[in-house]
Design a protein around this ligand. Structure first.
Ligand SMILES: C[S@@+](CC[C@H](N)C(=O)[O-])C[C@H]1O[C@@H](n2cnc3c(N)ncnc32)[C@H](O)[C@@H]1O
Length: 308
């Protein structure tokens, strides 16, 4: 679904979240309490592939069900923040009852002021404008961090995966349906990178100029003296993979680059040639020589690249 269509489609129904549950304190936060149905919680955690190594932070944690489920069913750790003391008390009591109080904790804190650096997974069920406000902070998290949201997207940052669940008992948002969106925080690759590869007994320079809009990357390459356009590709956290057709000894040869971004270096392999025609796999290491900026589409400013 086109991001703008999604944004327009769900912004009006966001008002339907204004239906507080009994016991919750009204008016303390930026959105009232509505619990995510358990079947949706389970799917959110499945899509984010939550496991024992994960640290889950739920922003606006309500009765704590997301972090408690992550701890109980997936062996993860984490915490939730909320401003509603009644819900926080309930969440901490449930965590205790379920035997996961050591791994699932709940604090009174404004979600916009919460330190997210320890997270490997962030979950939200917030209004679209709240997601949008959080977006620059989320994009600054460690590459590979998963962000999973119930019902509302992140404006122009397209999700890496999305799913619609039929939830007959749901009466808020789009009644009877829940939308789940998953994003994987991409590494910053925008800018110029240089590498060398041994071709026909001599070192040939391979330079790349990457442009980046969220997780989508495009750009150009220079192989020796020849320019080539790169196909658009998608980052997966710190991993990148793309193909390039470039001349070697007068023939146009396919190169498949695969690497991991580690600050100002990329380490990986390049497979040169096609199967059955003397294919070779070589180590590939690129060094960043000029930083670029991740673009955030028409709606937002560019995000400066963090120092490696
Ligand atoms: C729609 S509920 C979602 C609850 C829970 N995450 C779930 O999915 O079941 C949103 C929660 O965010 C909390 N909240 C709203 N604004 C907040 C803020 N600025 N800081 C912390 N919590 C906030 C509300 O009290 C409410 O419990």
């Amino acid at each position: 679904m086109n991001t703008m269509v999604r944004w327009l489609k769900f912004a009006p129904v966001a008002l339907a979240l204004l239906a507080p549950a009994a016991g919750a304190q009204e008016g303390r936060g930026d959105v009232v309490y509505v619990p995510t149905p358990q079947v949706v919680v389970d799917e959110m955690l499945r899509m984010a592939k939550v496991g024992p190594g994960d640290y889950v932070i739920d922003l606006g944690s309500g009765d704590g069900r997301i972090v408690i489920t992550a701890a109980k069913k997936h062996g993860a750790r984490g915490f939730g923040v909320d401003l509603d003391t009644y819900l926080l008390k309930m969440a901490n009591e449930t965590a205790k009852k379920e035997g996961v109080a050591e791994r699932a904790r709940f604090f009174e804190q404004n979600l916009f002021e919460t330190d997210l650096k320890s997270a490997t997974v962030i979950t939200t069920y917030l209004l679209p404008e709240m997601n949008q406000k959080l977006r620059p902070k989320l994009l600054g998290l460690k590459p590979g961090t998963r962000v999973v949201a119930h019902d509302y997207a992140m404006g122009e940052w397209d999700p890496d995966e999305e799913k619609t669940l039929l939830v007959p008992e749901k009466t808020v948002g789009d009644p009877g349906k829940s939308y789940i969106f998953l994003w994987i925080v991409p590494a910053r690759v925008a800018g110029r990178w240089e590498s060398q590869l041994p071709v026909a007994g001599r070192a040939v320079s391979y330079e790349f100029n990457f442009e980046q809009i969220f997780q989508m990357v495009s750009g150009s390459a220079r192989v020796g003296e020849r320019e080539a356009k790169l196909p658009q590709f998608k980052m997966n956290g710190e991993q990148l993979a793309f193909s390039l057709i470039a001349p070697i000894g007068g023939a146009m040869v396919t190169h498949r680059f695969r690497g991991w971004v580690k600050g100002d270096a990329i380490e990986g392999t390049v497979t040169v040639g096609s199967e059955g025609s003397g294919q070779r796999v070589m180590p590939w290491r690129a060094k960043q020589t000029a930083r670029g900026e991740m673009q955030m589409g028409a709606a937002g400013p560019a995000v400066a690249q963090a120092a490696p």
